[in-house]
Structure formats: C-alpha cells, structure tokens
Design a protein around this ligand. Structure first.
Ligand SMILES: Cc1cc2nc3c(=O)[nH]c(=O)nc-3n(C[C@H](O)[C@H](O)[C@H](O)COP(=O)(O)OP(=O)(O)OC[C@H]3O[C@@H](n4cnc5c(N)ncnc54)[C@H](O)[C@@H]3O)c2cc1C
Length: 413
C-alpha cells in the first residue's frame, strides 16, 4: 500500500486531501501546524475585510469545479440566479458561505484525524521514497505552538521564526537507508517515510518595503488593523484597491502610493492560461520566456468596474509619489516571492540540486518535481510555489489542478 503525505494544511493541502479521498486514496497523512485548513486564509481575508470570494464560480474546495457553492445557494434562496451567475462565471460566494463550506467538509471528511501537528523541516529522497523530517520545536517537545497572526506565513519579510529553530532530524530504526543517522545524544525527532508527497506550504511570509521596516505607522494589509484619520496605502493590486475602499468607507483620507499605474484585469491570470490550450503553449515556451510571462502575469492588478472606481471619486482620495506624513501606512505589498523564502523548499532545491528558473522551481506540467518523481514515487508541489506548472497556482482552481496531477500518480503507481 502506497503511503501518501501532504505537507501543509492550508486550502491547497485541503483540496488535495479531498481529491485523494474522492479517488479512493484513504491513507493520507497531513503535516500541518493547525487543524483548520482555512486558518491562514481566514486571518488574511479578515484583515482586508473581504466579503466575497475573489475567484469566480470555482471559489470552493470541492474536487471538481462544478457545481460548487452556487447550487447550495440556489437551494437556500430558492432562486436560479446563483446558478445562472455560476454558468456565466459571475458567481462570487460570500466569505461566510465559503468558510461554512470549508468547515462542513472538514468535519465530514475526517481531515482533522489525519493531521499530525508537526512542521516538516526537510524532505529527502531515499531509495524509492521520501523521508519527511519534522522540525524540532524545543527540548522534549513535538508540539506546535499556536502561531497566532504573527506566525510563520504572516511574518513580515519572510523571517520564519521556525527556520532558526529547526534541528537536524533523525531516522526511525534502519528503515531508511541513504539518510544520514545522527550521533547519540542528539535531540532527535524521527523522520517518516512516504511514497507520494505533496508539498503545499503556501506563502513564506509577508513582504514589507525595506524603507518602512521599523516605521511605527506601518502595518501590513494582511495583518489586523483599524484605520487612522489619514492612511497611506502602498501597492497597486487587489489588496491595495480593497484598502482604498475600506479606508474611505471608514472616513479616512487616503493617499495611494504606487510604483506603477495599477493594471485592470477581471482575473489576475487571464483566462487563456486557465485553458488546456493556453497552458500547453505556456509549457512549451523556453524557460526565459516562461519566467518573463509569469512576472508579467503576476504583476499587481485589480478588476475593472464601477464598484472599484466610484469610491475613488471622493475628494478624500489622492495619488502621491512617496509615503508622506500620513498617520498610518498600510502596506498592501503581498508576500515574499520565490521558493528561496521557504526554508523547506530552499533546502529541497539545494540538497537535490533541483532545476530552477528565476524564483521558481522548474516543475513538470503536472506540478511534479522532475528527477524526484518516477514510477515508484511522486514529489509534487501545490499552491503558489507551483506557478511554473500553472500560473494561477495560488487560487483554489490552481489547488485543484495540482491535486488532480498528484492524485493520478498516487492512484496509478
Ligand atoms: C486575502 C486573500 C484572499 C484570497 N481569496 C481567494 C479567493 O477568493 N479565491 C481563490 O481561489 N483564491 C484566493 N486566494 C488565494 C489562495 O486561494 C489562498 O492564498 C490560499 O490560502 C492558498 O492556500 P495554501 O494552502 O497554498 O496556503 P496557506 O493557506 O497559506 O497554507 C499553507 C499552510 O502550510 C503550512 N506550512 C508551511 N510550511 C510548512 C512546513 N514546513 N510543514 C508543515 N506545514 C507547513 C502553513 O503553516 C499553512 O498552514 C486569496 C488569498 C488571500 C491572501
């Protein structure tokens, strides 16, 4: 029987778990610091006061795009409107409905019983399988502390607090030849062996402009905040647009500081890149071309529409070249970018000399890691770190894409 593990228990790991279950793969171990798969997402969405899902009709965690949450909404409202909107890709579930749906699936799928509350510090390839080495969290402890809002993943500048506390791990018994054993007296946390492993570790940290680090007025948009009387918002993407709107609604004077004019696109990654045809031409492109395409696609943008433009007509909104004397600076500057910010991925690349291009690990089109995936074992990546395979990887749709690639290997190998 193949042993299957998911490292990271956020929404991408959760979608993969549900997809595995649907395919009949029951024996899955999830390594995650929290049992709530929406924990990281919930904190960030609450910080920017998100009310509706950004994604269109597929903003849910089910293994297939359709029917999604529209059917349930249509039943509850006794109306066909949600279904019609869904078919036209215009259905945005509320955050409340989305979170209720995640919680229902968590309860009914046995997810929490599969979660081992450990962080994985290292993944190493060992004869035909993978060894997962848990982080050491302090003397005598295998427990994961409650990270709260400032935990890893929401820590500015990617300063992952756990990275510094990792210790070398050891191997249980002799079951894993090829992995170095530690000497006696080490504070050991045994590694575990799996045939198929999906890494879904999410973003490594929040990005703050260097010049604002240490500025007491500065807060990241994905950290909880109220609004001061005058608010300078740095950034030009969806989070920035949301902050302009929220701060204006709260009565603040808003100054937008941006390096470039915001791009207006309904979806961050344009629709052709979500189709089989568009994807295969992306996969065929040279590494340089692909990296340039990704940089372009991932530039900050927010949707066109009156709902975004109208608030900015207020006399309390202005655009300026640099951060000035505002009472508060909200940094809508997203996350640190690239595998190198994630200690687990960085180590994986270094130890196994994986091919990379710019800030991306060069994955196969099905989101697996070439060289470490063969007929007996699979190493795959989901979430933002798998953009090389699927440009919209950091969406629920992207989580589904990686999950299906992974599941077909777990089922057929
Ligand atoms: C505010 C906001 C709103 C969004 N709205 C939408 C939307 O409406 N629709 C949509 O499709 N997408 C949306 N997204 C994008 C995307 O769906 C989310 O970012 C989603 O949370 C990504 O899930 P993830 O599992 O990759 O990362 P996360 O949810 O961050 O989860 C990663 C998990 O892995 C854990 N982890 C990290 N390293 C390790 C390790 N070494 N060992 C064990 N565990 C580890 C972390 O602690 C964390 O729990 C939104 C993103 C944000 C920020």
């Amino acid at each position: 029987m193949s042993r299957v593990a998911i490292v990271g228990g956020g929404l991408a790991g959760f979608v993969a778990y549900l997809t595995l279950r649907r395919a009949g793969v029951e024996d899955v171990t999830v390594f995650a610091p929290e049992t709530d798969p929406a924990a990281a997402w919930r904190r960030r969405a609450a910080a920017i006061r998100q009310t509706h899902m950004r994604s269109e009709s597929d903003g849910h965690c089910l293994p297939t795009s359709f029917p999604g949450l529209a059917v349930r909404d249509a039943r509850a409202r006794r109306s066909l409107v949600p279904l019609v909107r869904s078919v036209c890709d215009r259905y945005h579930p509320t955050v409340e409905d989305f979170l209720a749906h995640v919680e229902e699936l968590r309860m009914s799928s046995g997810w929490s019983e599969r979660v081992v509350p450990q962080r994985i510090a290292r993944v190493s390839a060992v004869d035909g399988a993978f060894a997962l080495h848990p982080s050491h969290l302090g003397p005598g402890s295998n427990q994961v502390p409650d990270l709260g809002v400032a935990g890893r993943g929401d820590t500015p500048l990617g300063s992952a607090p756990f990275a510094a506390r990792e210790s070398p791990s050891a191997i249980e018994g002799d079951s894993m030849p090829g992995v170095p054993q530690l000497g006696p007296g080490s504070d050991l946390v045994p590694a575990r062996r799996f045939d198929h492993v999906l890494l879904a570790t999410g973003h490594a940290g929040l990005a703050m402009p260097e010049e604002l680090c240490g500025d007491p007025r500065a807060v990241h948009s994905y950290a909880p905040h109220e609004y001061a009387e005058s608010v300078c918002v740095v950034g030009a993407g969806l989070a920035a647009a949301t902050e302009w709107r929220n701060a204006l609604a709260a009565g603040a004077r808003v100054i937008s500081v941006r390096r470039r004019e915001p791009q207006r696109r309904p979806l961050n990654v344009p629709r052709p890149y979500l189709s089989r045809r568009g994807l295969s031409s992306f996969h065929r492109a040279s590494a340089d071309h692909r990296a340039a395409t990704l940089r372009e696609l991932l530039a900050p943008s927010y949707p066109p529409g009156r709902e975004w433009d109208a608030p900015l007509e207020s006399g309390r909104f202005s655009v300026e070249a640099r951060v000035n004397g505002a009472d508060q600076v909200v940094c809508a500057t997203g996350f640190t970018r690239g595998y190198e910010h994630d200690p687990l991925l960085r180590r994986l690349v270094e130890e196994h000399e994986l091919a990379t291009a710019d800030r991306w690990i060069a994955l196969a089109p099905d989101s697996t890691v070439p060289g470490l995936t063969d007929s007996s074992r699979t190493l795959a990546i989901a979430g933002v770190a798998s953009q090389w395979a699927y440009p919209a990887a950091d969406t629920l749709m992207g989580a589904r894409y990686a999950a299906h690639g992974f599941v077909s290997r777990c089922r057929t190998r």
